[in-house]
Design a protein around this ligand. Structure first.
Ligand code: FBP
Length: 553
């Protein structure tokens, strides 16, 4: 196989484990902590998880390994969007499993949870796994978005597990996948299958975190990758001095990625969806906010700038949410055919005008025509508008342009506005994991096996103290039920891990808030440069600004 020089080097990199896991498998013992309670709705969660609720949190320590000698046959699944480091979770799991007993077996179910249901798997060997050490991507077994959530699916999973003598399943996924891991763990316990389930916290979006999980893996590498290119663009903007760059960054719902990139690069503007929602900002208010920065900078002779737009922002604009709901209603059922049969956009526009409330029509009317058409063309299988496909970077630059035209006409602005658009998302999801993610993920996988070996079920692999050097990291496990509360989802009350949105009273946002007024007017850009894999630890092993600020560093 032809591999790049960097990949060749990275295959040799030895990920760092937490100090307490460094003394060899035979010297890892368990320290049990307190019994746990769910973060809210304790009675309901306890009733739904009678076999797995209330278990103790645990940490691993140096000491005699007292786990039962038993052959382990483990299945691993990668679930959802790619996140750098996923391969290392698998290699860490494999190494701990083989170091414990060379006869242990690791299966990888292919293409996400559907691989388990379809009994589509590979058995890992040294030769196969060694090609993937410290590399990005999920191509080691593939990923998928099938949800494991119904009793029928659980019964199939139990059958497949029985067929192969599987003793444990490791699910590497986000908040939804780990919620489902907890439900599967409860099912296996209730049906006395003897199969354990362990989860690992993954997502570049950074929205699977709570008082136990300091961050999900992949967030570090993805945000460093985006920050590198945003910094490069800032430097280009400051060199050419002629473009305003509107940069959308991934993060389906929460704005952690946008905020971290802003902390790393100090752009002129960064929208935070959670703030937009809290302040009930309208599209027009957001456009004015950006236009103010454009005007102030133009007045100082700077007709250039950089604005970061979080992918999910439009869904946090209350009036836009209402508009989407009305459009979904307008095209429900047979009305979609009636609409699609109309020959011209003018006819369609008249249909829309008749169907929307005046308030929503006013919002619709200010959208650029390409976005208006996108709202009606790109629909999911249920006929709903696919908000994630809306090019919000273009939407906001068009709205800002309209504001600037008005200001020009009023004589309050006399600059030049040439916008350019970018979307950074997929570029960061499969990057070579940073040293942090390579170490963190390997530790998560290694630790997941220790949880299996000690018989835990329905636990999330937990590595904490992450802002410190790896030898000070703390390895252990937390019952997933501890992280759960009841939420209304698709018309039903469900037990779920709460999605962590950006906290407006949290330290990362507060830092940003304290500086953004200056950044909006000045050119205060910072250029993080590319991820460094080799060199001084002060450059290679640093984690995110978000984590450092959260830890008060
Ligand atoms: P996960 O929540 O599964 O980790 O995925 C998050 C994400 O990377 C988002 O940032 C993005 O909106 C979405 O996946 C894109 O999904 P897809 O890969 O299906 O296009």
């Amino acid at each position: 196989m032809n591999i790049s020089p960097l990949q060749k080097e990275r295959l040799q990199y030895e990920p760092k484990l937490p100090g307490m896991l460094r003394h060899g498998i035979s010297a890892i013992c368990v320290k049990e902590g307190e019994e746990t309670q769910s973060v809210a709705n304790q009675d309901q969660i306890k009733a739904l998880f009678p076999n797995t609720y209330g278990k103790k949190e645990i940490t691993f320590e140096k000491g005699e390994n007292t786990s039962a000698a038993k052959k382990q046959v483990v299945g691993v699944i990668l679930s959802g969007g790619q996140a750098p480091g996923g391969h290392n979770v698998v290699t860490g799991l494999y190494d701990a499993l083989k170091a414990t007993n060379p006869d242990n077996v690791l299966y990888g179910f292919k293409n996400g949870p559907s691989g388990l249901l379809d009994d589509d798997y590979i058995e890992f060997t040294d030769e196969y796994i060694d090609q993937f050490r410290n590399t990005g991507g999920f191509d080691i077994i593939g990923s998928g978005r099938t949800k494991l959530e119904t009793e029928e699916q659980f019964a199939v999973a139990a059958e497949v597990a029985k067929k192969h003598g599987i003793t444990a399943i490791v699910i590497i996924g986000g908040d939804d996948s780990n919620t489902n891991a907890a439900v599967l763990a409860e099912y296996f316990a209730a049906h006395e299958t003897g199969v354990q389930v362990i989860g690992c916290p993954k997502t570049i979006d950074g929205d699977l975190k709570n008082e136990d999980i300091e961050c999900s893996f992949g967030f570090d590498t993805a945000t460093k990758t985006y920050s590198e290119v945003i910094g490069n663009i800032e430097r280009d903007a400051n060199s050419a001095k002629k473009y305003w760059h509107f940069i959308k960054v991934m993060g389906r719902s929460a704005s952690h990625v946008a905020l971290e990139c802003a902390l790393e690069t100090q752009p002129n503007i960064c929208l935070i969806s959670e703030e937009v929602e809290a302040k009930k900002m309208s599209l027009s208010e957001i456009a004015d906010y950006i236009a103010d920065s454009v005007c102030k900078r133009a007045a100082n002779g700077m007709n250039f700038g950089v604005a970061i737009i979080p992918e999910g922002v439009v869904e946090f604009v209350p009036e836009f949410k209402t508009l989407i709901a009305e459009i979904n209603e307008l095209l429900a059922g047979a009305k979609a055919d009636e609409f699609n049969a109309l020959p011209t956009w003018e006819d369609k526009y008249a249909f829309i005008e008749k169907g929307l409330t005046p308030e929503s029509m006013a919002v619709f009317a200010i959208l650029p025509q390409t976005i208006q058409q996108q709202l009606f063309l790109e629909r999911d299988p249920h006929g709903n508008v696919q908000v994630s496909l809306i090019e919000s970077e273009k939407l906001f630059s068009a709205l800002v342009k309209a504001k600037l035209d008005e200001r020009k006409a009023a004589g309050t602005y006399n600059g030049k506005f040439s916008p350019l658009h970018h979307f950074f998302g997929y570029e960061g999801r499969c990057a070579f994991p940073s040293n942090f993610d390579a170490d963190y993920c390997y530790s998560l996988g290694y630790n997941a096996f220790m949880l299996i070996q000690y018989g835990y079920n329905g636990y999330l692999s937990k590595i904490s103290n992450l802002s410190k050097p790896a030898d000070e990291w703390v390895a252990g496990g937390m019952p997933i039920t501890k992280m759960m509360n009841m939420e209304r989802r698709h018309g039903e009350d469900k037990p779920v891990i709460r999605k962590a949105l950006v906290e407006l009273d949290g330290k990362p946002f507060k830092y940003f808030e304290a500086h953004r007024e200056a950044w909006a007017v000045e050119t205060a850009y910072t250029y993080p440069g590319a991820i460094q894999y080799y060199g001084p630890s002060s450059v290679c092993d640093i984690t995110t600004r978000t984590l450092a600020l959260e830890k008060g560093e």
